[in-house]
Design a protein around this ligand. Structure first.
Ligand code: GUN
Ligand code: FE
Length: 429
């Protein structure tokens, strides 16, 4: 799959700001060496691009790729079942026993093949992924993701306390040395699509000594970090007890240098206090908003409107298997729905998200974690989806914005992904 230069023609739609779509009926999107060279109206393709191969997509929708910035690959095998418990009981009852199976490479081979294949065929172009604590299985996952052509960050999970005997790194020292071994093995593979990200599971399962050591590795190697933050009320209480020196949960990461200076993603942030929000802002931390997981695990509803007003970095995550579906269009619709419930039931000062804002989160919001990603504006990496929505039937004539909105809600009811590009390379579907 060579990077190349070409022109896509179709019904183009992408965000030019948080709350505005640029709509181009039968417009052109130009890809030159993997980057967007801009969007042009029907009949107005600049002379310099007329010699490029033109791929006519008819009246299909052409939109930027979607970025899932929080998903657990080893939990894919029990997605859509075991939804009857809240976070901490759900982890102990269903999640940890499933993740234990990835100690066995034969199980990992099967589970991660399914995950990588399904992600390849999904609406996701880039993802930030938790593996398990097991180094060989994590490398296997990275090998498989590398072959998909999608751009991903993958983390070997660190956990050295409050974890079952069958799923623990044992000690901070062992966890850190396993992490260094993993990083050096990954470096020698010279992946071009797949990158490591430090992944302390969350404060309850990571001792201060482990957090300190991960902060040192981060400072030494400049690696990004991902974890969970302020997802569930019992979890937050537990962190207060475990870290009596802290004044908020976010500080338990910041204290060890795990926020700021390199890119960091904290999943959820459903109950972040003013102090915690200040820390997230000061450190440019990304909030991975996971609306479906927050609903299914009864965790809460993040105040995403506030985070946008505060100018924070926010993207969307499916958080499989807390969320059941890897369909990122569903995540967009769920972000709108949850914001409405929050507005109605919690705080009428924070207006619900619009479809434009929710689509922004899935494209540029999370995409910016990877660089210039999530838009068709000139210079952005060329990530695109071509969508056939003719099977979502209606007697109505809809405009492009309405068709994209409908696709977010009804992708699974007649919508088809017919082509997918990441950094200008076409992904096999
Ligand atoms: N917090 C710690 N581990 C997890 C996990 O696997 N899923 C979710 N949703 N939250 C977590
Ligand atoms: Fe998660």
């Amino acid at each position: 799959m060579e990077t190349n230069s070409f022109v896509l023609k179709g019904d183009v739609c992408y965000n030019i700001s948080k709350d505005l779509f640029d709509l181009r009926p039968l417009g052109y999107v130009v890809c030159v060496n993997g980057h967007s060279a801009g969007v042009y109206d029907n009949g107005s393709l600049p002379e310099q691009y007329t010699a490029l191969p033109l791929i006519d997509c008819g009246h299909q929708l052409i939109v930027p790729g979607l970025n899932d910035i929080h998903v657990h690959a080893p939990q894919y095998g029990f997605r859509g079942i075991a939804m009857d418990l809240e976070l901490l009981d759900w982890l102990n009852t269903y999640t940890f026993p499933e993740e234990k199976r990835y100690a066995e490479l034969a199980y990992a081979e099967n589970g991660y093949s399914i995950f990588a294949e399904d992600l390849q065929h999904s609406f996701t172009t880039r993802a930030v992924i938790f593996a398990t604590m097991h180094v060989p299985a994590t490398e296997l996952l990275m090998d498989k993701l590398e072959a998909t052509g999608l751009k991903t960050y993958v983390g070997k999970v660190n956990m050295d306390r409050n974890s079952p005997d069958y799923l623990t790194d044992g000690s901070a020292e062992q966890s850190l040395s396993a992490t260094r071994k993993w990083l050096s093995e990954v470096e020698s593979k010279h992946y071009v699509n797949t990158f490591p990200i430090l992944t302390p599971r969350f404060t309850p399962t990571c001792s201060d000594e482990l957090m300190k050591g991960l902060g040192e590795i981060k400072a030494e190697l400049g690696l990004p970090v991902q974890s969970h933050l302020s997802e569930n009320l019992s979890e937050i209480d537990w962190v207060k007890g475990l870290c009596p020196w802290s004044t908020c949960y976010g500080q338990t990461y910041e204290h060890f240098g795990l926020l700021g200076s390199a890119r960091t993603i904290m999943a959820h942030c459903n109950y972040s206090t003013n102090e915690e929000i200040e820390i997230l802002k000061k450190t440019d931390t990304y909030v991975a908003h996971c609306p479906q997981s927050n609903a299914f695990l009864s965790s809460g509803i993040a105040p995403i409107r506030r985070y946008l007003q505060e100018g924070m970095n926010v993207g969307l995550g499916t958080d499989v298997a807390g969320g059941a579906s890897i369909n990122m269009f569903r995540a967009v619709a769920d972000a709108v729905a949850c914001s409405k419930l929050r507005w109605r039931c919690v705080d009428q000062n924070l207006a619900p998200l619009t479809i434009q804002e929710a689509f922004y989160l899935a494209t540029i919001g999370g995409g910016s974690f990877f660089g210039r990603v999530g838009s068709f504006a000139k210079g952005f990496d060329f990530d695109a989806l071509v969508l056939d929505d003719s099977g979502i039937r209606s007697p109505r004539e809809l405009n492009i914005a309405q068709r994209l909105e409908r696709f977010c809600y009804l992708a699974d009811e007649g919508g088809k992904l017919t082509a997918k590009y990441v950094a200008g390379r076409q992904i096999q579907l």
